[in-house]
Design a protein around this ligand. Structure first.
Ligand code: ADP
Length: 164
């Protein structure tokens, strides 16, 4: 069984992330979306539990995808999951340098692990979790950018955070 791991912050999941998950699920037997756990250094807006739940609510139509939290070195998680494939998304050229360095570093640490890059549909190349959070905080419409299953909950969470 060929398994792929798609790691990230997913703070929150966007339609761009979902596009990559759907593409990956058509190529691999199984996909695990790996959500980075909150730690002191990472200032995520949503808790890891919430970020995981948002993804689970968005992937119900995909039978060969699951979601797990991970902490520590990604390559250790990939090996523990009995995979050797890391999926990352590339939107624009500015993503490239960081992703290139990360992929080479992971391969240096473990030669057996390969990073594959995927491009989302062009409708999503400008979409990022941070822009969505900014728009929603300013009461802008985010309907086209986040999965419909979680739209209202994201808006409610952001309103709660704003008023707290
Ligand atoms: P990280 O903090 O690990 O970059 P993100 O949640 O921001 O976590 O992104 C996870 C992966 O998804 C990265 O490879 C990123 O480039 C990719 N990604 C983010 N947004 C999009 C999008 N709109 N389309 C395709 N890939 C995306």
């Amino acid at each position: 069984m060929k398994k792929a791991i798609y790691p990230g912050s997913f703070d929150p999941i966007t339609n761009g992330h979902l596009d990559i998950i759907e593409r990956t699920s058509k190529i691999f037997d199984h996909v695990t979306v790996a959500v980075a756990i909150n730690n002191k250094k990472n200032k995520f807006l949503f808790s890891d539990i919430k970020r995981k739940k948002f993804i689970e609510q968005s992937i119900k139509h995909l039978k060969n995808v699951d979601v797990k939290l991970f902490d520590g070195l990604l390559i250790n998680f990939v090996i523990a999951e009995k995979s050797n494939i890391i999926i990352r998304g590339l939107r624009v050229l500015s993503d490239f340098e960081y992703e290139f360095r990360m992929a080479l570093m992971n391969r240096n640490m473990n030669e057996a692990i390969t990073t594959l890059f995927m491009m989302p549909h062009e409708n999503y190349t400008h979409v990022s979790s941070s822009i969505i959070k900014e728009i929603a905080t300013l009461n802008g419409k985010i309907d086209n950018y986040v999965p419909k299953e979680i739209l209202n909950e994201i808006i409610e969470c952001i309103n709660d955070i704003k008023s707290s």
